[in-house]
Design a protein around this ligand. Structure first.
Ligand code: SF4
Length: 489
């Protein structure tokens, strides 16, 4: 074998081509699938990230807030680069770079030195601390470390330093997001509740969502209602910022004063019930006003429920402009129906997104055939099953909880579908199965600007449906013979 310089290279394997061919064919069989699903001690290409990554997203979403990783520098690079590659925007965060001595003696010295440097150099309004695996394994006490930092004068007594334990060997990025958001709200609202005060605002908690278009869509809907609001927490301007030649380390986010006053709100709606469960249960017990937890508004029915809940909480009619938008979405669904009806899909992702994909597909008469979550619960399985049971198109669907994308590959090879909905990690499965992958989830590393297109609300229906149906039409154009290559489709 010669490389591109014409030099002979030693083959990396002595395995004969016939054996490679045999194994390549075998991994597509039911026999292999059975062995693959019997796997218990190894995860291959999981469809989730670790807790601190979610914590970092929450930490970025507040005005002047600096995410601070207590732990290894390599881990911090992973969260930053994942966010950076998905949004194609900077994700400025710091780490106290624990190494071997920190692992032996504890990370307090690292944390104090880094806190002092970060406070002095980057002049944040808040530093949000969360942990990687190493300090969690050795049992670092964040409460004591941060209290000691204040006592030593490393940060002023009234400077907000929320902190969250985000052990990565447990849960996923959505749990880390929830823990960090909870701590930020607890810190900022401490002592801010005023008897008899009502801001008149809606607090909207979108949950872990790396689609900036979704945040803009929520705000547009609330503006159509004419309802004052605070989004807790708003990444839209942080990760979809203007490029005018000036670098701003903190280009947006929820104002700290608004977040502090959110405890005196008129009402709070938490979306994404799986990524806001801890936050919502604390909000319910501590925030003034009414509270509601709803699934993310994917598809028509869930968007209707969202709008009707806002209308009910604020005693307002759903605005005519939104009713018209709904009518247009329904018209578009009718027009596009023939291209998606009966098509089989494999879907995977975060619990809240997964519930959204399944509802949306069932509304279109499509079949969410393989439904896979690599960090799910029995509760999620039941909720998904209830959606499937309510539709004739869900009868043959199967749910796979705590399975990974290598399991999904076996499913695609032995029980094929027409397309996959997920994130960029599924591209290898899609390539092997020779079917399209619709990148609606997180992260998306290999396409541009998808995080700017909303998936929620009636606009989300329009976007998702057009993307999917036009791809299916492209496939017909690309694969049909000349006689069937038609102008009309
Ligand atoms: S799983 Fe643990 S070690 Fe790996 S990147 Fe996440 S925090 Fe770091």
């Amino acid at each position: 074998m010669a490389n591109n310089l014409g030099l002979k290279v030693k083959p990396v394997t002595e395995t004969p081509q016939s054996e490679i061919d045999r194994v390549s064919a075998w991994i597509n069989t039911d026999d292999y699938k059975e062995k693959n699903f019997a796997r218990t001690s190894l995860v291959i290409n999981p469809a989730h990230a670790c807790q601190p990554l979610g914590a970092e997203l929450a930490a970025h979403a507040f005005e002047g807030s600096l995410p601070f990783v207590h732990g290894s520098q390599g881990c911090a690079s992973y969260y930053r680069s994942t966010l950076n590659r998905h949004f194609r925007e900077p994700a400025p965060a710091v780490s106290d770079a624990m190494t071997e001595d920190g692992a032996v003696f504890g990370g307090q010295n690292n944390l104090h030195e880094a806190l002092e440097n970060a406070y002095t150099l980057y002049k944040p309004k808040m530093i949000a601390v969360f942990t990687s695996c190493m300090p969690e394994i050795i049992g670092d006490d964040l409460t004591a470390f941060i209290k000691n930092a204040r006592n030593k004068g490393i940060v002023p007594k009234d400077f907000p330093v929320p902190y969250a334990n985000t052990p990565s060997f447990n849960g996923s990025h959505v749990h880390g997001y929830d823990s960090m958001l909870l701590s930020i709200l607890q810190t900022l609202t401490d002592g801010k509740q005023v008897e008899g005060r009502c801001t008149g605002k809606l607090n909207l908690i979108p949950g872990f969502d790396a689609n900036t278009g979704n945040y803009r869509e929520y705000k547009r809907i609330l503006e159509a209602f004419g309802i004052p609001y605070t989004v807790l927490a708003d990444i839209s301007d942080v990760f979809d910022s203007v490029n005018d030649g000036t670098y701003r380390p903190y280009p947006g986010g929820t104002k700290l004063d608004d977040a502090a006053d959110s405890i005196n709100g008129k009402a709070t709606i938490a979306l994404g019930t799986y990524s806001t469960s801890k936050t919502f249960s604390w909000v319910k017990d501590n925030y003034s006003g009414k509270h509601a937890a709803l699934p993310m508004p994917f598809g028509i029915a869930k968007t209707d429920a969202f709008l009707m809940k806002i209308a009910e909480l604020f005693g307002k009619e759903v605005p005519a402009s939104l009713k018209e938008e709904r009518g247009r979405a329904v018209d578009l669904m009718t027009d596009a129906h023939q291209y998606i009806h009966g098509k089989k899909f494999a879907v995977y992702g975060d619990p809240d997104y997964l519930l959204g994909y399944v509802s949306f597909l069932l509304e279109m008469g499509a079949k969410p055939h393989h439904i896979l979550c690599s960090k799910g619960t029995k509760k999620l399985e039941k909720e998904l099953q209830a959606l499937l049971d309510a539709s004739p198109d869900g009868k043959e669907s199967k749910i796979y909880i705590n399975k990974d994308l290598w399991h999904l590959r076996s499913l695609l090879m032995t029980d094929p579908v027409d397309a996959i909905i997920g994130d960029s990690h599924g591209k290898f499965d899609a390539r092997d199965a020779k079917i399209p992958l619709f990148r609606f989830g997180f992260p998306v590393f290999d396409r541009v600007n998808l995080h700017r297109e909303p998936l929620v609300g009636y606009q989300g229906v329009t976007h998702m449906l057009s993307t999917i149906c036009n791809k299916f039409i492209d496939i017909v154009d690309d694969t049909c013979d000349d006689r069937h290559f038609e102008l009309m489709r």
